[in-house]
Design a protein around this ligand. Structure first.
Ligand code: ADP
Ligand code: MG
Length: 523
């Protein structure tokens, strides 16, 4: 799959600077392929799975193509949900940090229409909106499409699933014939293809397909960790497993710098590797890593490409990689030549999605790991030390040292005192308070909810999943285990959705029945 550097894409220096600030090291495959054709003015159908950077694939050329001196709506981006509209508009804000005169406005239901009207009056050149609310404004005459140059249908398959197809057609029919139409989607079901036939002109198809990937036999584990706790968890895992050489992968250059500095500050032999370093510096770092002068190498995917070091015992995905292929490349760095290797992946919040994709495409199982406690780490350090001491005793040649001990031993000190003091001098046991530790352990992904309907109401797991997926708009496969009893049921949902699920479901029905749903009492 070909990828390009952003500076190979003929972008303005304002955009390049903003992209550099974002820490994107190179364009993803969909970006590499879509950006040039969009810049050339073609209609485009872009297909690539979730998490592959489709937002920037259209946002970058949109920002390049609109005339920022004109405060009229030139680009309209349609998204399926409020969250996505906000996400896209945030990405556009970041990408346009150095481009003057860009005024991008998210428009979605639920937000006060008055506020939207005021913002629209100020003069906006890009609107990012959900179809329903955009139509409201078109009907009121507060969004005018006469100057529209580009229209983007983002996550088209999702919009279809949500029943927006007629709304989209309405908007397309209202927009000028001369517009450029871009459509991005993870999948291309038939109705979407029909939409493209009807409303696009000779669209260029940019499709990034996932290759069949075979994953080497490596023990794969993931940990649910908040961003802020990642460095602590990484340290504990390093202490617990004590690998000679390990690789830590991050998604951006900035992260590589941050993580390698934090590790150094914690006393690890760590250093970072990324594309901003001069070749000479990179060679030096690599040399040290090969010689074991650096034990932990923190790197971006790009910088780590082509690295071939034997004996890498562990790979850490500090961030979940951009695409699945990178995951496979990353973990393939360990377990070379039939040796055992381990791969640890940190996920936070919604990244569980990406993990599910990775498992599906690679047909492997990544198991959930328990974050080691400070006690686990300490026990391990102690047992390593004990082994070490026994070894030294067995080697012999202790006479000179025994002489010194004898000089201290007397009425006041026993040899046990001396041995303990020496241990205190060589090893530092952790003195951090347990509360800090507890917080990480309590990190839990799923929240168990109680629903006051069950078998007696002829409720099945499908009814529950169906209702939640439909009303709350969370993918069914994110919903966890379901237990149905006679009069009530339990369902697990990702913690970050729990509030929303309760709020929305309490106003809705399951199989026509009004329900009461609340957080389940702890067992
Ligand atoms: P999609 O719409 O394909 O699901 P997104 O556009 O939401 O994916 O991007 C997923 C993540 O990848 C975002 O966090 C985004 O900031 C990041 N990202 C996008 N492009 C790049 C890049 N070139 N390098 C590194 N990260 C990127
Ligand atoms: Mg997207």
């Amino acid at each position: 799959m070909t990828t390009l550097k952003f500076n190979e894409l003929n972008l303005s220096k304002e955009l390049l600077k903003a992209i550099a600030d974002l820490g994107y090291e190179e364009a993803t495959p969909i970006q590499s392929q879509a950006i040039p054709v969009v810049l050339e003015g073609h209609d485009v159908i872009g297909q690539a799975q979730t998490g592959t950077g489709k937002t920037a694939a259209f946002s970058i050329p949109v920002l390049e193509k609109i005339d920022s001196s004109k405060k009229v709506i030139q680009a309209l981006i349609l998204c399926p949900t409020r969250e996505l509209a906000i996400q896209v508009s945030e990405e556009i804000k970041k990408l346009s940090a150095y481009k003057k005169g860009i005024n991008a406005l998210p428009i979605y239901g639920g937000q006060s229409i008055e506020r939207q009207l005021q913002s629209l009056k100020k003069g906006v050149n890009i609107v990012i909106g959900t179809p329903g609310r955009v139509i409201d404004h078109i009907n009121r005459g507060t969004i005018k499409l006469e100057n529209l140059k580009m229209i983007v249908l983002d996550e088209a398959d999702e919009m279809l699933n949500m029943g927006f197809i007629e709304d989209i057609e309405f908007i397309l029919q209202k927009s000028p014939e001369t517009r450029q139409t871009l459509l991005f989607s993870a999948t291309m079901p038939k109705p979407i293809l029909e939409l493209t036939k009807k409303y696009q002109k000779n669209p260029k198809i940019v499709k990034v397909v996932q290759k069949e990937l075979t994953v080497p036999l490596i023990e794969q584990t993931y940990f649910e960790v908040r961003e802020a706790d990642k460095i602590e968890v990484l340290s504990r895992l390093l202490d617990l497993h004590n690998p000679k050489l390990s690789l830590v992968f991050c998604n951006t250059k900035k992260k590589v710098d941050d993580v390698s500095l934090s590790l150094q500050a914690r006393g690890y032999l760590a250093d970072g590797l990324h594309g901003d370093l001069k070749q000479l510096q990179r060679d030096k770092v690599m040399q040290k890593f090969r010689n074991g002068l650096i034990e932990i190498l923190v790197a971006t995917d790009v910088a780590a490409r082509g690295i071939d070091v034997e004996n890498v015992e562990m790979v850490f995905n500090y961030d979940v990689p951009q695409d699945i292929e990178n995951y496979v490349h990353r973990i393939g760095r360990t377990g070379r030549a039939g040796r055992e290797g381990k791969a640890f992946t940190f996920i936070s919040g919604r990244e569980i999605y990406k993990l599910k994709d990775i498992q599906r495409y690679t047909k492997t199982k990544i198991k959930l790991g328990k974050i080691p406690t400070i006690n686990d780490v300490e026990e391990r350090k102690i047992s390593l030390l004990i082994d070490n001491i026994k070894e030294v005793i067995n080697e012999g040649g202790l006479e000179k040292y025994t002489d010194i001990v004898e000089r201290i031993v007397g009425d006041e000190y026993t040899s046990l005192d001396i041995a303990s003091a020496l241990l205190k001098m060589t090893m530092k046991l952790d003195t951090r308070d347990e509360e800090e530790v507890q917080e990480i352990e309590n990190e839990q992904e799923m929240t168990r909810l109680f629903i006051n309907v069950g078998k007696n109401q002829r409720i099945s797991p499908r009814d529950i999943v169906g209702a939640i997926a439909d009303k709350v708009r969370i993918p069914g496969d994110l919903i966890g285990s379901i237990d149905i009893f006679d009069k009530f049921s339990f369902v697990e949902v990702p913690r970050e959705y729990a509030k929303e699920v309760m709020k929305i479901m309490n106003e809705n029905t399951i199989k026509g029945k009004k329900v009461n749903i609340e957080i389940a009492k702890k067992k």
